[in-house]
Design a protein around this ligand. Structure first.
Ligand SMILES: Cc1cc2nc3c(=O)[nH]c(=O)nc-3n(C[C@H](O)[C@H](O)[C@H](O)COP(=O)(O)O)c2cc1C
Length: 229
């Protein structure tokens, strides 16, 4: 059995499968979860909608509290970190993190950045010790987790090796902090051409949905589980 954490960060509610103004990235996270349920009906699935309810951005109090050793924290520091603790607990309980992350101005939405800033936590998801010398930090998230990034963009050709790849800061911007905390098994699928709303968009959706189905079949296989464990 594996636990799935679904995170959505589009500011658009609903999926583009349901309505014309709905979100493509939510369409893909929805599909991933539906397909997973059909393969592994008993696996727990938790949903976190940071698009609808963004975590608070980190504040001066948050930083002060996070860098104070847990045993020395005052009551207000616990409060400053409560939301972050909840998000970290949720992440640590998951085996597969399915993140819907659209492209906003070439990077991830601010809502998803606020999520990342809350889960990259000293003492919880990464260690930090100045006495270690040149590399004072190390990942603390246990091995074996998988990250699936399901993106959507208006323009096209942002994939690896393509015309606009150098302007795509979504997947690299997500993958780097996740690798920093120890999550390095990553899969990416994206819908492109949203702004053209023509046959190319429809073809891109079909290709992305097929890729989601294929990825679920691969990850849901019991032998894939055995390898990851
Ligand atoms: C604020 C904002 C910024 C955007 N910036 C870009 C961009 O830099 N490049 C691009 O190709 N599309 C951009 N788009 C288009 C979105 O990536 C596209 O509509 C995508 O489908 C949004 O994801 P969603 O369908 O899950 O809501 C932007 C859209 C919004 C709302």
């Amino acid at each position: 059995m594996r636990s799935i954490l679904r995170i959505d960060s589009s500011a658009r509610s609903g999926t583009s499968a349901e309505n014309r103004f709905g979100s493509h990235s939510r369409r893909l996270t929805d599909r991933f979860v539906a397909r997973w349920r059909s393969h592994c009906p008993d696996d727990p699935i938790v949903s976190r909608d940071v698009g609808a309810s963004p975590p608070k951005p980190v504040s001066g109090d948050w930083i002060h509290a996070a860098f104070t050793p847990a045993k020395d924290r005052e009551a207000w520091m616990g409060e400053a970190l409560a939301e972050s603790d909840e998000l970290v607990d949720e992440l640590l309980s998951a085996d597969i993190i399915v993140a819907g992350v659209p492209m906003y101005n070439f990077g991830m939405p601010a809502q998803f950045k606020a999520y990342i800033d809350n889960i990259v936590r000293v003492g919880r998801t990464f260690g930090f010790d100045r006495s270690r010398g040149d590399v004072p930090y190390w990942p603390l998230v246990p091995e074996g987790k998988t990250l699936v990034i399901l993106s959507a963009r208006g323009d096209y050709d942002y994939g690896p090796g393509r015309r606009l790849a150098h302007m795509n800061h979504v997947e690299p911007g997500v993958e780097t902090p996740f690798a920093y905390i120890g999550i390095t098994d990553v899969h990416r699928i994206a819908i492109e051409y949203d702004e053209f709303a023509d046959q190319r968009l429809r073809a891109s959706i079909a290709t992305a949905e097929e890729a989601v189905d294929k990825l679920v079949r691969k990850l849901a296989r019991p032998e894939a589980h055995a390898t990851a464990a």
